[in-house]
Unconditional design. Structure first.
Lengths: 159, 311
C-alpha cells in the first residue's frame, strides 16, 4: 500500500513557515542588538580609560601622586561620543545626546565611594553609566518595541 | 533592411567623428626642440658649525642682589621664533672678546669695572640663501661678593631686570644657552663667592623632583608609557643650589634620555609593569656647584600604573 506524503509536507511547510520566519527575524534582530550593545560597552570602556589618562600635572609635580585632572569627566564624555559615532546609524538618538545624558562621575582622589553604585574606589576613578536607545526594526515587525534601550557601565582607574 | 540599418549605424558613428591631430615630431620639419639646459644645482647651504634651533628666547639681563652677593644672569622665555643660534665665544670675568661691542644687549661689568663673564651667541635666520646671521647677544653669567663692611646695610634682595638696548632685535632675538637646547629653562647660576667670606660648611642634601622648582619627592606614581622628567635637586641648608652634574646609579626604565647630565633633567619612560612585590626606583649621584667634589645621592621610588577597567 503506498501513501503520497507530498501533500502533507506542503501543508506542514505552509503552516510552519510563518513561525520559522518569526523565529529567524527575532534571532537576527537580537544578534544585531547584541552587537550594538557590545560596541556601546566598548565605547564606554575606552572613554573612561582615556579619561583616566588625563592627570593633573601640577599635583603630580607637587606630591608625586596621580590625581585626575579637573576635566576628566568632560574628557570621558567627549570620547564616549566619539567612540559611539561608528554605531550612530543603529541608534535611535544622536550620539551627542546620548553622551550628554550619560551619568559620568570623576573621583579624583581615593579612596572614594560612588554615591550611585555604592562601589568603593581605591584609586582615582572615572565612572560612566549611560542609556543607549537602539533601533530594533526587526522587533517592530514582531509587534515588539521598535526601540530597545540598553544600559552600559564602565569605570577605570590607574592600577 | 539589415543593410539599411547597418548603413545608418555606420553613418551615425562617422558623422560626429573629428579628425585626430597627430604628428611625428621628427618628420614634419617643425622647429627643433631646444636643448635642455641643465639647471645648476642650488648653492648648497653652508650650515655654520654648532648651529641649533632656538627654543628659548632672550628676554632681559638680570642683576639680583642677595645679602653680599650680586648675581648677573639672563632670563629667557620658552618660545621658538623659527631662528637658529650658535655659541661664538665663552669668556671669563674681565677677559676681552672679539665680540665685545657687537652684542645688541651689550656686556656689563662688575662694580670694580671688570667685564662680566658669559657667552656670546650669534643668531641666524634661514633664508633661501642659507643661514643669515642677524644679531649677536651676550648671556651674562657672573657674580660678585662685597666685603664684610658692606654687609652692614645690605640692599633688599630684589632682582632688577635691566632693559635690553633699544635695538629692535632685542625683543625678538632668539637665543638659548647650551643648557636650553632641549627646551628647559636656563637655571639661575648659584652665586660663586669671589671675595673673602667666612667659611661655612653648609648642610647639603639632594633629592629628586618632577619639576625644576618642585619639591624633592621620595616616591612618584607614573603612568605607563608616559615620558616623565626627573630633576635632580640639591639644597644647602634647605636652600636650592645649582646642580653641576648628575649620574644614574641604578634605574629600570624602558627609556632613559641619558645616563648622566648637568642642569637638564632625566626623561624616563616605563613601558612594562613591575612584577608583584618588585619595587622600582631611580638612584642618582649628584654634584653641586658649591661643593663640586662632594658626592650626594638621591633616590626616588617609582610606582608604574596603567589605566585599567574596574570590574
Amino acid at each position: 500500500m503506498m501513501h503520497d506524503d507530498g501533500g502533507t509536507a506542503a501543508v506542514t511547510t505552509l503552516v510552519m513557515l510563518p513561525l520559522l520566519l518569526v523565529v529567524l527575524a527575532g534571532a537576527l534582530e537580537f544578534g544585531a542588538l547584541r552587537a550594538v550593545a557590545y560596541r556601546a560597552a566598548a565605547a564606554a570602556d575606552l572613554a573612561t580609560i582615556v579619561a583616566v589618562n588625563d592627570q593633573d600635572q601640577t599635583v603630580l609635580e607637587r606630591t608625586g601622586t596621580l590625581r585626575l585632572a579637573a576635566g576628566a569627566a568632560d574628557t570621558a564624555r567627549e570620547y564616549f561620543a566619539r567612540n559611539l559615532n561608528p554605531t550612530a546609524s543603529a541608534l535611535a538618538v544622536g550620539v551627542a545626546d546620548i553622551a550628554a545624558s550619560a551619568d559620568i562621575a570623576s573621583f579624583p582622589t581615593a579612596p572614594a565611594i560612588d554615591p550611585r553604585t555604592g562601589a568603593r574606589y581605591d584609586r582615582p576613578t572615572v565612572r560612566l553609566i549611560a542609556t543607549v536607545p537602539v533601533k530594533t526594526p526587526g522587533f517592530a515587525v514582531l509587534l515588539l518595541p521598535a526601540v530597545t534601550t540598553i544600559t552600559v557601565r564602565a569605570a577605570s582607574s590607574p592600577r | 533592411m539589415k543593410r539599411l540599418a547597418a548603413a545608418l549605424l555606420l553613418a551615425t558613428a562617422l558623422v560626429p567623428a573629428n579628425a585626430a591631430y597627430a604628428r611625428e615630431p621628427f618628420e614634419d620639419g617643425s622647429p627643433p626642440v631646444p636643448p635642455i639646459v641643465p639647471i645648476p644645482d642650488p648653492v648648497a647651504f653652508v650650515v655654520p658649525a654648532g648651529l641649533y634651533y632656538v627654543t628659548d628666547t632672550y628676554v632681559a639681563d638680570v642683576v639680583a642682589t642677595s645679602d653680599a652677593t650680586t648675581t648677573y644672569s639672563t632670563t629667557t622665555v620658552h618660545e621658538s621664533t623659527g631662528t637658529y643660534a650658535r655659541v661664538v665665544d665663552s669668556i671669563g670675568t674681565g677677559a676681552a672678546s672679539a665680540f665685545d661691542g657687537t652684542a645688541f644687549n651689550g656686556r656689563g661689568s662688575l662694580t670694580d669695572g671688570r667685564a662680566l663673564a658669559g657667552t656670546y651667541y650669534e643668531n641666524f635666520v634661514l633664508t633661501s640663501d642659507g643661514y643669515v646671521p642677524v644679531s649677536i647677544v651676550f648671556f651674562q653669567d657672573d657674580s660678585e661678593t662685597r666685603r664684610r663692611r658692606a654687609l652692614s646695610s645690605p640692599p633688599p634682595a630684589t632682582p632688577t631686570p635691566t632693559a635690553p638696548t633699544a635695538t629692535p632685535a632685542a625683543t625678538t632675538a632668539p637665543v638659548v644657552g647650551p643648557s636650553t637646547l632641549r627646551g628647559f629653562p636656563t637655571p639661575t647660576p648659584f652665586p660663586r663667592p669671589q671675595g673673602p667670606s667666612t667659611p661655612v660648611a653648609p648642610t647639603l642634601r639632594a633629592g629628586i623632583a618632577l619639576a625644576p622648582d618642585g619639591p624633592a619627592l621620595a616616591t612618584a606614581e607614573v603612568l605607563r608609557g608616559r615620558l616623565i622628567h626627573f630633576w635632580p635637586r640639591a639644597f644647602a641648608n634647605d636652600v636650592a643650589v645649582a646642580i653641576r652634574s648628575w649620574r644614574l646609579l641604578s634605574a629600570q626604565p624602558d627609556y632613559a634620555s641619558a645616563a648622566a647630565g648637568g642642569v637638564e633633567p632625566l626623561a624616563a619612560q616605563w613601558l612594562r609593569m613591575p612584577a608583584p612585590d618588585v619595587r622600582w626606583s631611580l638612584r642618582f649621584e649628584i654634584f653641586t656647584e658649591i661643593a663640586p667634589t662632594e658626592r650626594l645621592e638621591a633616590e626616588i621610588a617609582i610606582t608604574v600604573r596603567s589605566p585599567a577597567l574596574i570590574d
